[in-house]
Write a protein that binds this ligand. Sequence first.
Ligand code: DP6
Length: 350
Amino acid sequence: MEEIKKVTWRSPSNIALVKYWGKKSGIQIPANPSISFTLEQCYSETSATLIKKETKNRDIELRFYFDGKENMAFRLRMLKFFDIIAKDFPILRQYGLFVHSTNSFPHSSGIASSASAMSALALCLCDLQNQMDKKKVSKDKFLEESSYYARLGSGSAARSVYPLIAEWGKAKGVKGSSDLHAIPFEQNLHKTFKTYQNTILIASSAEKKVSSRVGHSLMKNNPFAAVRYAQANKNLRDLIVALKKGDLEKFGSIVEDEAMTLHALMMCSSPSFVLLAPSTLSMIEKIRRFREETKLPVYFTLDAGPNIHLLYPNNIKRKVDSFIFDELEQHCEQGKMIHDNVGKGPFSVK
Ligand code: DP6
């Protein structure tokens, strides 16, 4: 195998504070703006290698390995993505491509991997195409371009390319915001949030009953859709103020409102679906009681699944660790959890 060029990128997952749930018509256009913390410990590491093509035709020649094993299901998903973007990436038809990917978090942890996986892949492709074209682009331009293509792979992946926090989706009053790519938002972040902690409590690692893609599409006929999109815009505006000021209480109340709304929308979709587990509710109750009793700013959010993302400032880590150990660990599947924190964003692995 003649290797022509190889790049490797490590890109993190993210956790949405204001949720993207519902799409407009068009390719991956969000129905409302969203914002997320970029994580650190949960990441995908992907390398993409260009090799000499086996045939002379224009077909895409791709081999895909996940955790060292060839994976045909993921390969098919990638080929669909490549079909959408191939017109902007001549390398995809000029060369053969080997892609190897791994996740830092276990495959069966119930953690969504599309954000980290698709952002890592988009970063690899943009890097490869630029290098083959001998094109010098600024870092800002490179990340914007990667975010744009990551979005076409999976909406939430658009936000993973920026350090600490990223906003995606046209929003009134948010300069530079766009439906087509995320924007960096670090400059609007109070220092307390730059070291924020996120412990992921695994309520269940079972595969999701309903994919995000289907969940988004069910918003089309959800009777609360219009109200939801207005609420998301307002929550984003209010959250931005809290993020700037370092207002942890306001931050927490918005974030919990978003988590509960996301799941309420699922429950009242047609058909209805429930992704919460009984242990999710037990943990929510305990978190709210703990907050009431201690007045400590410990809040939670949820992804499209049963796992709790506990959010708290770094300076109360020890107290929260004891609370987790004493009260929450017993509700986690085999005691499973992942300690994560707000992170610095993707980087190229040399
Ligand atoms: C609940 O980005 O996974 O995590 O664009 O169809 O790939 P696709 O969906 P995806 O949806 C994420 C939904 C969410 C909220 C969020 O991350 O904003």
